[in-house]
Design a protein around this ligand. Sequence first.
Ligand code: ASP
Ligand code: MG
Length: 410
Amino acid sequence: MALIVQKYGGTSVGTVEKIEGVAQKVIATVEQGNQVIVVVSAMSGETNRLIELAKQIDDCPAPREYDVLVSTGEQVTIALLSMAIMKFGHKAKSYTGAQVNIRTDNAYSKARIIDIDEARVRADLEAGNIIVVAGFQGMDEQGNITTLGRGGSDTTAVAMAAALKAEECQIYTDVDGVYTTDPRVVPNARRLEKITFEEMLEMASLGSKVLQIRAVEFAGKYGVPLRVLHSTEDGPGTLISYDNEGETMEDAVISGIAFNRDEAELTITGVPDQPGIAYQILGPIGEANVEVDMIIQNVGADGCTDFTFTVHRTDYQKALEILEKTSQKLGAREVSGDATIVKISLVGVGMRSHAGIASTMFKTLADDSINIRMISTSEIKISVVVDEKYTELAVRALHKAFDLEEKPAA
Ligand code: ASP
Ligand code: MG
């Protein structure tokens, strides 16, 4: 008998009817001879509603109380789903994160899971129950309720699968798998049968929103086989695999194109080209807890150099103010910035063994007269920053150039 962990997100449990639909899917899996643990999110919109309530009282509510509040959405769905499963004639038992002993650190709103005590769940499973667990939450050493960060139910599911050594962790969502790129931008984007864990990690961190990045990291660390599937349509979904890294999936060099509009670009020109300058510019940015992503320093000329870097768009104003101050201190020529950029990335383990990917990418963008502002590369990805208004044009052109579209059945 195999143990399967299934996770259903907010839209999949958005109404009572949908919750009953989920109950039936879970039961079908049990009737195929499996044991099932189901992890659920709050009903769609509920977590946002709770956050909004808190904000009406205080813009910066006490972190402990904030977590007590936002964790309640999931408690509603576990109870409703358990009731639905019982109505259809099966045994079910719901658990909040604390009840299932998901122990976390004390970092409210972004807690990390330390340990899960799976004994109780195991016993309930053996007694023939379907276990329904609230996603997104846990409990610290002192018994305080904590939450795992937005989208954290994915992480709960992966952690449960790791702790109980489940055969597979299935993430049910409103798309039927991981696509070569966002189908809203490229309608003939293709569902991938498989994607390597490394590629999925890149896709998630570069802006693909199918899976929470922490969940992917967690799955990688414990080797949990992960599958993304549609919550109402039948289909195989996409398997995130741990196959031999050298072997490319589906013989494609590129697996996908991710893009991220959440970044902003800042430039400081005419700074002295001397040791310690990068530190003087980026040090204060880091101290203000602003994460820097891409960084470019020009070759110096006449004792001066220029710096460009990107930050999260929500940190743009803060970073700009800090940079202005640094500029005065260093006697720089100018500070400028742009919050309307997009980072577009090609991802594929096949890049390791293929030359010419970057030049094809650059030529494709040039043919559409799209100016590249920054470039960064790693072993399995190439990212460029371009003007945000070119997002659709660039992603479509690249998708075509790398032959990623859905092909009519042969
Ligand atoms: N309900 C939480 C959120 O909206 C967690 C989740 O959905 O995974 O972020
Ligand atoms: Mg969610």
